[in-house]
Design a protein around this ligand. Structure first.
Ligand code: AMP
Length: 116
């Protein structure tokens, strides 16, 4: 997998508002938030898309979801609600080819799917 801007964020070569980091993953605020709270959770193990994650690495995805839920509880919006999203490839609008989970919260969220 080639280098992405998220690698540069992890190495602090590009500024970002990093809200969490441990040995497995890191999380930072999205630069173009689609909700009042929009945080990206990125594993330190590299996969370009969800299609590239083998079944024996499924724990990598589980850790992202667990970290997002923990963050929501710590920040006090877990009971109000939130959405987690992973975009895969073109039809989903994936733009950074290093898997990441979006956490969206802070207001009632619209439905999703195709437009119109
Ligand atoms: P995706 O479209 O699912 O690949 O998500 C990529 C996300 O990365 C988008 O929501 C972008 O707004 C976000 N993004 C791009 N560049 C940066 C950056 N420098 N800092 C934080 N988020 C970024």
């Amino acid at each position: 997998m080639s280098e992405t801007l998220f690698h540069k964020i992890l190495r602090r070569e590009i500024p970002a508002d990093i809200v969490f980091e441990d040995e497995h993953l890191f999380a930072f605020r999205d630069i173009a938030p689609q909700a009042p709270i929009h945080v990206l959770f990125v594993p330190k193990q590299d996969f370009a898309t969800l299609n590239d994650v083998p079944e024996d690495a499924a724990v990598v995805i589980g850790r992202l979801a667990s970290a997002a839920a923990r963050y929501a509880k710590e920040q006090g919006f877990a009971e109000d609600g939130y959405r987690i999203v992973m975009n895969c490839n073109g039809d989903a609008g994936q733009t950074v080819f290093q898997i990441h989970l979006h956490l969206l919260a802070g207001a009632p969220l619209g439905r999703f799917g195709t437009q119109g």
